[in-house]
Design a protein around this ligand. Structure first.
Ligand code: CU
Ligand code: ZN
Length: 189
């Protein structure tokens, strides 16, 4: 074998090793991301506050740069109901006042979900039909499932009345009819 050919084979081998190393590195990076504790999915199971019969579930799932929110709620009065993430994951008070105010880590005013400035927890309203059932599906780009602004461990609240998107800092949505803490789902593995 000529020296030239030998060198070429060595060069190709080196390139091959580098490629394998790069792929392995990427695989490790992916595995590290999966195990970094950044959740892909979290769920809040909504239970009624005192005197109410509102039940439901809200699933939060990472979708691209946003979080998909899928809510299914029943037992509501027909009509429009404020729907927020509140800052304390504590639904223990009979009126869920223990969940405190809207989640607002960036200190913004209260607003509609599509407002330029709003609380992170401002998810607008849900609409209950004549049978008291409400369903909502949306992707929100302000919600976060990890880091300093994570909604995990916070509380989802459904209100008695509509959020007017104007009244500060609550939206004047009245009492709290259901509450549930946002929890990361156990991984199926
Ligand atoms: Cu609220
Ligand atoms: Zn708010």
């Amino acid at each position: 074998m000529s020296n030239l050919r030998k060198n070429r084979i060595l060069t190709l081998s080196a390139a091959g090793v580098a490629a394998v190393a790069a792929i392995t590195g990427a695989a490790f990076a992916l595995a590290a991301r999966a195990d970094s504790g950044a959740p892909e999915r979290a769920v809040a199971v909504l239970a009624p506050t005192q005197g109410q019969k509102v039940h439901g579930q809200v699933v939060f799932e990472r979708k691209g740069s946003g979080v998909e929110v899928v809510a299914e709620v029943e037992g509501l009065a027909p009509g429009t109901h404020g729907f927020h993430v509140h800052e304390v994951g504590d639904c223990s008070a009979p009126d869920a006042s223990s969940a405190k105010g809207h989640l607002n880590p960036t200190n913004e005013p209260h607003g509609a979900r599509d407002a330029a400035k709003r609380h992170e927890g401002d998810l607008g309203n849900i609409e209950a039909d004549a049978s008291g059932k409400a369903q909502a599906k949306l992707v929100d780009t302000k919600l976060s499932l990890d880091g300093a602004q994570s909604i995990v461990g916070k509380a989802v609240i459904v209100h008695e009345k509509a959020d007017d998107f104007t009244t500060q800092p609550t939206g004047n949505a009245g009492g709290r009819v259901a509450c549930g803490v946002v929890k990361v789902e156990a991984k199926g593995r």
